[in-house]
Design a protein around this ligand. Sequence first.
Ligand code: PGA
Length: 254
Amino acid sequence: MRKPFIAGNWKMHKTVEESTALVKAFREALGDFSGCDVAVCPAFPALAAVRGALTDSAIGLGAQNMHWETQGAFTGEVSPLMLQGLCDYVIIGHSERRTLFGETDDMVNQKLHAAFDYGLKPILCVGENLEQNKAGETEAFVGGQVRAALKGITAEQARQITIAYEPIWAIGTGVPATGEDANRIIGQTVRGTLANLYDDDLAQTVRVQYGGSVKPDNAAEFMSQPEIDGALVGGASLKASDFAAIVKATLENR
Ligand code: PGA
């Protein structure tokens, strides 16, 4: 049985003070919970403060990105060594990183290796754009992204990865995929590729989230799908009550 995992990607929102206030409000709205993993991913400047606000909480903490090198002349970048001990998770290869900041499959692969070198649990994002979707290229493209990202990743490491299937056309648009379509891509393409690369058992072990316009009112549709193990939530994670409602919907629909 895979344990559901709900992560909130705050993107470039919230100052340090606002982040602390948000995580406190979320903690309160959620209360005690069990049966799923939950994490918030604030911007870098807020990581330490949010970590402080999460003392004695079961809510995990993640970064939204990182470089793959340990240190060096990479102005503006943050290394895995700097994140080690500060957070538990790191989002890797988000489509905004890929499309707006030129992240390639090869960079995503290097970041994945670096995450394991420093004991960070990666959330690997994959997903097709609208053109690819309309052209019927989703399976080939998403399968290719998974394959490229996992180059040289051992089975033991792969089991610890969370993959977020996030169709780009659904991110921030208010137009989510249907639960059925997301379930099919995750089952056939994401798990299918994992089975090809490793084996069936591993493909059934890896947690795969859906992401893209997940809200309290559609969360149940995704969480009740057998192949979907949670969500990567953007916009709705910025409102404590909404994000708590999504976690609750997950627990009620597993
Ligand atoms: P959204 O973002 O929930 O605002 O669509 C999801 C994401 O980018 O992870």
